[in-house]
Ligand binder design. Structure first.
Ligand SMILES: Nc1ncnc2c1ncn2[C@@H]1O[C@H](COP(=O)(O)OP(=O)(O)O)[C@@H](O)[C@H]1O
Ligand SMILES: [Mg+2]
Length: 233
């Protein structure tokens, strides 16, 4: 039996009378990369926001590390959802330093996470001058500061050039062996196919498919089928 670090059980979120997340039951295996795939508006960010405590579920529950999720678990969950919260007029080091102070962590951790995301040589350069890829990596560094067991990345490759995507892919693939489970969302099929061990496909708020990725699997057909079945037009 695989060990799950996170499970959602029939998770639902309504905004007014719109059902945005509809009975989503995810199973995230420890020390793996899970790809949450779905078109724009599918409910990916909303689902991830419930896992990170930004939004409260309308119904259903979340299990983390073998118990019912509670806010203390956020100490073990790192997240980069939508744009990274960065100070443009500070350096990478300074951006991280500000957070270590807030989190009560040692300075040493700043250099450690800079090394992990390979941003050690940016020196005095201000973040405003960074490429989008560098900003994303710094956002991931921030999410890693508190040594999370689970790292949640919402569309991390959005807007990156192929080089940036390749760098990020290598970085993400390196996490499971460090004891970090990754949930990554994307609307881009090929990306999920290249990074994830397991994939969930969501459309119209419904998780239409979840399975381990098999080599040579026709994910495109699966994706189309789920979208056709569940996406409202
Ligand atoms: N705070 C909100 N209030 C009302 N509707 C929202 C809110 N956040 C998201 N939605 C709606 O929920 C749906 C799913 O959004 P989202 O989870 O952001 O999708 P995705 O991340 O898959 O693109 C969309 O129709 C979006 O307009
Ligand atoms: Mg989104």
């Amino acid at each position: 039996m695989m060990e799950m670090i996170l499970k959602t059980n029939e998770l639902c979120k309504n905004f007014k009378d719109q059902v945005v997340v509809n009975n989503v039951s995810l199973n995230i295996e420890r020390n793996s990369v899970y790809g949450l795939l779905g078109p724009n508006g599918a409910g990916k960010s909303t689902t991830l926001k419930m896992i990170t405590g930004i939004l409260r579920p309308t119904s259903g529950d979340i299990e983390f590390d073998g118990h019912l999720w509670n806010r203390n678990d956020l100490a073990h969950i790192g997240a980069l959802i939508e744009m990274p919260p960065l100070y443009d007029n500070l350096t990478a080091h300074e951006n991280l330093k500000v957070r270590t102070v807030m989190l009560g962590l040692s300075d040493k951790r700043v250099d450690e996470v800079l090394q992990i995301v390979r941003l050690t040589d940016t020196g005095k350069k201000r973040v405003g001058q960074f490429s989008l890829g560098m900003k994303q990596r710094l956002g991931i560094a921030i999410a890693l500061l508190n040594n999370p067991k689970l790292l949640i990345l919402d569309e991390p490759t959005n807007g990156l050039d192929p080089m940036g995507i390749e760098e990020l892919r290598k970085l993400i693939r390196s996490f499971p062996e460090k004891g970090i489970t990754v949930i990554l969302s994307s609307h881009i099929l090929s990306e999920v196919q290249q990074i994830a061990d397991r994939v969930g496909i969501i459309a119209g708020g419904v998780l239409g498919y979840e399975s381990k990725l098999q080599t040579g699997e026709n994910l495109e057909q699966l994706f189309m089928d789920v979208v056709k079945l569940h996406q409202e037009v």
